[in-house]
Design a protein. Structure first.
Length: 167
């Protein structure tokens, strides 16, 4: 696959100017790209289930961390932002259930939906909270130092990365 054929190409425009958050967003893009490749190559249920599991686990962990950041910074639009997260998690769970329980294949429309959702979420509400936090004088750098350690613990406990690296 050449770079022109990457399903979801990360662009500098997607940065929210908080490195920890950008890194996690890029990892979500990586997992989505991995899922696209697996679906395109018809890699089989086990491989696809593993990647779906990595995607949902990583998304939950990332959302939890992002919500903690907004809560600690007393961000005014935390509640509607959490609602967007909750809705996507419900949709991801539904996608997993369809695939695992009902053995329905993953369609490219679903992958496109996830790609569009993530891009619009990052460029919309994520960019808004990041700008608001930086304007409010909240010390993002201090938070990032703490968050990095916290995130490592959260990731280790979920072991999503083992599935991901093995895929
Ligand atoms: Fe978000």
């Amino acid at each position: 696959m050449t770079s022109d054929e990457v399903f979801f190409k990360w662009l500098p425009d997607y940065s929210v100017n908080i490195k920890t958050i950008d890194d996690q967003h890029q990892e979500l893009v990586n997992i989505l790209n991995r899922l696209f490749v697996a679906v395109s190559r018809r890699e089989g249920d086990k491989a696809i289930a593993g990647i779906l599991d990595a995607l949902t686990s990583y998304t939950r962990t990332h959302f939890a961390l992002e919500e903690r950041l907004m809560r600690e910074a007393r961000y005014k639009d935390l509640v509607p932002h959490m609602e967007e997260h909750r809705k996507l998690i419900a949709q991801l769970d539904e996608l997993c259930n369809k695939h695992l329980m009902e053995e329905k294949p993953i369609y490219f429309e679903m992958l496109s939906f996830l790609k569009t959702w993530l891009r619009e979420h990052i460029q919309g509400v994520d960019t808004q909270y990041s700008a608001a936090l930086q304007q409010s004088g909240f010390s993002v750098a201090t938070w990032e130092r703490e968050a990095t350690a916290e995130f490592a613990r959260m990731s280790a406990s979920r072991k999503w990365w083992e599935v991901w690296k093995a895929a």
